[in-house]
Every structure is written in structure tokens, then in C-alpha cells.
Design a protein around this ligand. Sequence first.
Ligand SMILES: Nc1ncnc2c1ncn2[C@@H]1O[C@H](COP(=O)(O)OP(=O)(O)OP(=O)(O)O)[C@@H](O)[C@H]1O
Length: 142
Amino acid sequence: MDYYKNQQGGIIFLDTPGGTGKTFLINIILAEIRAKKEIVLVLVSSGIAATLRDSGRTAHSGLKLPLNVTDYEFRAHPQEIADSHIHQGARSVKTINTTSLSGPLSCSGQRATKTFLRQPQTTTDRHACQMSQTNHHPTLPK
Ligand SMILES: Nc1ncnc2c1ncn2[C@@H]1O[C@H](COP(=O)(O)OP(=O)(O)OP(=O)(O)O)[C@@H](O)[C@H]1O
């Protein structure tokens, strides 16, 4: 709170084991500043993190940062891709679009009929099936 009271800029890095009170502390600081009718922006990297903070938003949403799905899919370094929550979201969007454009899949093992369902054939098809069976909630990277 000294940084805030003294009108100082600063970076504070909280690194403690899970469940020891980081979110609790951040929310107390937010409440104290807001109690003085001041404005605090809470910008975080993922939607999950945003839900844990009082009035949290992702940086992309809060600052209206552009998000080019194609750039993340094809130009990023593979390690960045693996680490990026944004990429996970982008993959979901891309897979769902691809699936809907090429026709409905038979994901549960039933025989595909001639007219409607097609068997999963590509990696993208199999990924789409996996996602449909988990209600389109991709696993976040660890
Ligand atoms: N000082 C405190 N007094 C009372 N309850 C606390 C305190 N600090 C933390 N808690 C409670 O302990 C639980 C875990 O705290 P919190 O979620 O803030 O931890 P965290 O470090 O952010 O965890 P994670 O790293 O898993 O996100 C919460 O239910 C929180 O309300």
C-alpha cells in the first residue's frame, strides 16, 4: 500500500505456494483503493485468472488489444504456442469453424450415415471430437 499512498510506480512480484493468500491479498488491496473511490484496473492474462479478481478483465479485453488468431496459429515459436492461453482459445475457435464448414462429425463411434455424419479422419477432426466430448473446454497448459 506504500507504493499507492506515496504515488510511486512499482512492480511487486508475489510468489508463494498455492492457497497461501495471493488472491486474498490482491483483493484486499483492490478493496482498500476502491473504498477511497479511486479507479483500479485489474488486467490478467487468462479468463480464469480474471474470474478470481474483483472486476478482473483479461488484458486483451480490458485494453482492446488486437488478437490475430492466424498469427498465433502459424507464426509463433512452438514453445510460445504451448505456453499461451491465448493460443488455446484460438485453436478452439479454429477447430469449431473448420468442423462446421466441413459438415458434422460422427464422434461417438456410431456409424456415419451417407447423408449427414462423417467419420473423423484428420487430426483436426479428432481434436474436434475430443473437444465436443469435453463440452468445448480445452485443458489449460500447466
Ligand atoms: N489472511 C487470510 N485470512 C483469512 N483467509 C485467508 C487469508 N489468506 C487466504 N485466505 C483464504 O485462503 C484461501 C486461499 O487463498 P487464496 O486463494 O488467496 O490463495 P492463492 O495463493 O491465491 O492460491 P492459488 O495460488 O492457488 O491461486 C481462500 O479461501 C482465502 O479466502
